[in-house]
Design a protein around this ligand. Structure first.
Ligand code: PLP
Ligand SMILES: N[C@@H](CCOP(=O)(O)O)C(=O)O
Length: 462
C-alpha cells in the first residue's frame, strides 16, 4: 500500500512514512494510491463485532507492511481501552429515521480521541522500533490540541507543541491543553485565529531546514492516519442500522473537512452511503462552495461552536484531488490561487463533489434554538457543534433513508453555550472534576513563524 501526494510532486511513501511525515514535501496531503474495497460479505460480517475488531478489519488493508498484525491489534486495544463507553461510539435514536452517533466518550470528550489515541500508540511503536525522536507540532481550534496532548503526554520519543488561538477556545478546552504537567507538552497561545495557527504549521512543514532539524511530525488531519482511524465509526454505525443491505446518510459538523472525508473513504471502500452532508456554522466557506462552486476565504467570525471557526479547510484538498480525477497539477494550481483569496471549482469537479456531498449551514440563533429544542423535545443535551449537525440534518433528511448525525463533542466542553440555550450547565465527568483547580502552563506567541520556530528549537534543546 503506497501513498501519493495531492499535488503530485512528492515521493510515494508507505503507511508508516506517511504517518510520521504529515504534510507531503510538495505541500500536498497524502492519500492512498488505491482505495481497498470491502465486499458486501466483509461489511455484513462486521455486525456484532467489538469496536476494536471492526477497527482492525476496516483499517488493516491500508497499513501494508508497516506494522505486524500483533502490533496493530495491540495499538487498537490500548488506544480504545480508556473510552468511557463499551460500544466506544454508541448510536441513539433522535427521531423517526434520525440517529445521533456519540463520538465523545474518549478521554478528552471529542471525536478527535478516536484517531489520536490510536496514533499515539502507533507513533510509540514505530519510534521505539527506530529509536528516533520527533517534534509534533499541531494547530488547533480546541479539540485536536487537547486530544493530541492527552495521547502524547509523557511519551519518551516525542515533544508536542500545540498552537491554539488565544482567547478563542472554551475554558475546558484551554485547561485540557494547559494543565498537563509533563515536560514534553507545550501549549502555545497564538495571537490570531485558527487559520493563522494552521498556516504557521504548514509554513513549518514547508521550511525544510527547520522541518529536518527538529524532525517535524504532524497530527492534524493533514496526517492520513487521522483520517483513516475516523473511517471506522462510519462502518460500525451504518452496519448497526442495516448496512450493507440498507443505505444510510450522514450529517457531519464540519470545519477542516477531515471527519467527513473519512466518510467519503468509507463510501469508496464500499459502504452504501447515500449522501454525506457537511454542516457548517456561520464560517460557511464549504457550504458556499458546494452551493456556488466558489471557494473564497472570508473573515473568521467567532461563534458558539468555536472548534469549527475555520475558513481554510485543509482536507477539502483531498476531496478536490479526486474531483479533479487525481490531477495533482490542477490541485496545486487551485492551492496557489487560494493564497490570493480563493478559486472557482470547475463544473465537472463540482458535479463530482455533489454526487457524494451536500451541505447546509446553521446560524448562531438556529444553533441555540436547536440546542434548546433537542433538550425539551428529545431529552438530549447537545454540544453546539453537534447542534449545527442536527439542524442541518433535519433539513436534509430524505424519505426512509436513515440519517446519522455525528455528535462530535460532549456538551460539558462548551458549558456556557449549552447553559445559555437550556438553563442547564452540563458537568464534567468525575475524572476531570478538578480541571478548574489545576495550575495552567502556557506560552503566548505572536503570529510570527521565525519566533515560533526559535521557541520550539530552544525548548527541545533543553
Ligand atoms: C467538536 C468538533 N466538531 C466538529 C469539528 C469539525 O471536524 P473537521 O475539522 O474534521 O471537519 C471539529 C474540529 O475539527 C470539532 O472539534
Ligand atoms: N476543529 C479542529 C481543527 C483542526 O482540525 P484537524 O482535523 O486538522 O485536526 C480542532 O479542534 O482543533
Amino acid at each position: 500500500m503506497q501513498y501519493i501526494s495531492t499535488r503530485g510532486k512528492a515521493p510515494e511513501l508507505n503507511f508508516e512514512q506517511a504517518m510520521l511525515s504529515g504534510l507531503a514535501r510538495d505541500g500536498g496531503l497524502y492519500v492512498p494510491r488505491d482505495i481497498p474495497k470491502m465486499s458486501h460479505g466483509d461489511i455484513a460480517a462486521l455486525a456484532g463485532l467489538s469496536y476494536e475488531e471492526a477497527a482492525f478489519r476496516v483499517m488493516w488493508p491500508f497499513l501494508g507492511e508497516s506494522f505486524t498484525e500483533e502490533e496493530f491489534r495491540g495499538c487498537i486495544e490500548r488506544g480504545y481501552s480508556g473510552f468511557g463507553h463499551d460500544a466506544r461510539a454508541p448510536l441513539k435514536q433522535l427521531g423517526p429515521n434520525h440517529f445521533l452517533l456519540e463520538l465523545f466518550h474518549g478521554p478528552t470528550l471529542a471525536f478527535k480521541d478516536f484517531a489520536m489515541q490510536l496514533i499515539g500508540q502507533l507513533f510509540q511503536t514505530a519510534l521505539q522500533r527506530s529509536g528516533e525522536r520527533v517534534t509534533i507540532v499541531g494547530a488547533t481550534s480546541g479539540d485536536t490540541g487537547s486530544a493530541a496532548i492527552e495521547a502524547f503526554r509523557g511519551l519518551d520519543n516525542v515533544d508536542v507543541f500545540i498552537l491554539y488561538p488565544h482567547g478563542r477556545v472554551s475554558e475546558v478546552q484551554r485547561r485540557q491543553m494547559t494543565t498537563p504537567t509533563e515536560d514534553n507538552v507545550h501549549a502555545l497561545a497564538l495571537d490570531g485565529h485558527f487559520d493563522d495557527c494552521q498556516a504557521r504549521l504548514k509554513d513549518m512543514f514547508n521550511h525544510f531546514e527547520f522541518r529536518d532539524e527538529v524532525r517535524l511530525a504532524g497530527v492534524n488531519s493533514i496526517n492520513w492516519a487521522r483520517v483513516l482511524a475516523q473511517v471506522v465509526y462510519y462502518f460500525t454505525s451504518a452496519v448497526s442500522l442495516g448496512a450493507p443491505h440498507r443505505e444510510v446518510s450522514f450529517t457531519v459538523p464540519t470545519g477542516n473537512f477531515g471527519d467527513i472525508f473519512a466518510g467519503y473513504i468509507a463510501k469508496r471502500m464500499g459502504l452504501p452511503i447515500q449522501r454525506l452532508v457537511a454542516a457548517t456554522n456561520q464560517n460557511d466557506i464549504l457550504h458556499r462552495c458546494m452551493s456556488t462552486g466558489e471557494y473564497r476565504t472570508d473573515e473568521v467570525i467567532p461563534s458558539i461552536s468555536p472548534s469549527m471557526d475555520i475558513q481554510v479547510s485543509s482536507n477539502f484538498e483531498r476531496a478536490l484531488f479526486d474531483a479533479y480525477d487525481r490531477d495533482g497539477a490542477a490541485v496545486g494550481q487551485l492551492m496557489d490561487e487560494l493564497q490570493s483569496g480563493g478559486f472557482s471549482v470547475s463544473q465537472g469537479a463540482l458535479q463530482a463533489l455533489r454526487e457524494t456531498f451536500a451541505s447546509g449551514r446553521a446560524s448562531e440563533d438556529e444553533t441555540r434554538a436547536t440546542i434548546e429544542r433537542a433538550r425539551t423535545r428529545m431529552g438530549e443535551l447537545l454540544c453546539p457543534h453537534s447542534a449545527v449537525g442536527v439542524k442541518v440534518a433535519e433539513e436534509q433528511q430524505i424519505g426512509e433513508i436513515p440519517m446519522i448525525t455525528l455528535a462530535t463533542a460532549h456538551p460539558a466542553k462548551f458549558p456556557d453555550a449549552v447553559e445559555a440555550a437550556t438553563g442547564i450547565r452540563p458537568g464534567l465527568p468525575p475524572r476531570m472534576s478538578d480541571l478548574f483547580e489545576r495550575d495552567e502552563r502556557l506560552t503566548r506567541v505572536t503570529n510570527d513563524l521565525e519566533a515560533i520556530e526559535t521557541l520550539i528549537k530552544e525548548r527541545i534543546a533543553k
